[in-house]
Design a protein around this ligand. Structure first.
Ligand code: HEM
Length: 251
């Protein structure tokens, strides 16, 4: 969604005699209420979520080392810092951090997109709208799809509500039964959602590079390639376990 806003376009000074006579009053509010502040919020919370995704993807790959290895990993996550901290303390703190990151990311995205809408009462026409329209659609509808997917995903593999093995089962059993060949349509849902996540990430990481001020003519190619590479590695890493289970490679 950040891509819909031309850098500084809403606040760029207009060099006319009128603007000299009546300087634009400073908007009340701190850094967080400025467009730049919100973009920084998006970049930082995005980085938190990408870090989670990298760790989550690596954890999922443990299924290739056997059910026990996968279950041990799930158990380890819940018993971190025991006996100094009670069962699930660290995991709960990480989960709260992740929820906060998701909420702040969505808040900044919605408020930036509203601001862009207000600053542009007349819709863009011609070519420009196609490029911006693509990014806006990918980020806006991609974001909504990802939220819906995560709700389904939690009901499936965390709470077991829509999983054949139910809640009272080992994580590896939920995973292997969830992507059973007979449930190929579940794998298809994951496939579409993960590709959406990849497209969202590619654009989001590139936007974050711009927000951080790293983008310039010499580096843009390398930065775009980095955003693409990170997204492809995550998409492939996430898709390999469900596909391996559905195609009977992991049983
Ligand atoms: C497509 C492959 C994926 C697989 C096989 C997978 C598998 C799992 C499993 C097994 C759990 C439960 C872990 C446990 O109970 O210990 C889990 C939790 C979770 N997954 Fe995924 N996941 C995938 C993709 C994703 C994606 C793309 C996202 C985010 C966009 C995501 C977000 C989450 C979240 C937020 C949790 C809850 C974490 C927690 O509360 O500890 N997952 N996933």
């Amino acid at each position: 969604m950040t891509a819909t806003i031309e850098r500084g376009s809403a606040t760029a000074p207009v060099n006319t005699p009128a603007s000299k006579k009546t300087p634009t009053p400073k908007k009340p509010g701190g850094f967080l209420s400025s467009s730049n502040g919100k973009k920084v919020v998006m970049a930082v919370t995005g980085a938190v979520m990408v870090s989670f995704l990298v760790l989550h993807m690596l954890g999922n790959l443990k299924i290739f080392f056997g059910r026990e290895s996968f279950n041990d990993y799930a158990h380890w996550l819940r018993t971190l810092l025991e006996p100094f901290a009670p069962y699930r303390t660290v995991l709960t703190i990480l989960e709260i951090g992740l929820v906060l990151a998701v909420v702040l990311h969505m808040w900044a995205a919605i408020s930036l997109s509203r601001r862009a809408g207000k600053a542009r009462p007349v819709k863009y026409v011609a070519k420009k709208s196609q490029a911006n329209g693509y990014a806006t659609h990918i980020m806006r509808w991609g974001g909504v799809t990802i939220v819906l997917f995560v709700i389904w995903h939690l009901l499936d593999l965390t709470f077991g509500v829509v999983n054949p093995k139910g809640f009272d089962s080992a994580p590896a059993d939920r995973m292997i039964s969830g992507f059973d060949p007979s449930r190929w349509w579940v794998t298809l849902i994951y496939f579409v959602a993960v590709v959406m996540v990849g497209m969202h990430l590619r654009h989001g990481i590139w936007s974050a590079f711009q927000t951080l001020g790293w983008a310039n003519k010499d580096r843009n190619k390398a930065l775009r390639a980095t955003a693409g590479l990170v997204s492809i590695v995550l998409v492939v890493g996430f898709l390999v376990p469900p596909l391996a289970i559905t195609f009977g490679v992991v049983k």
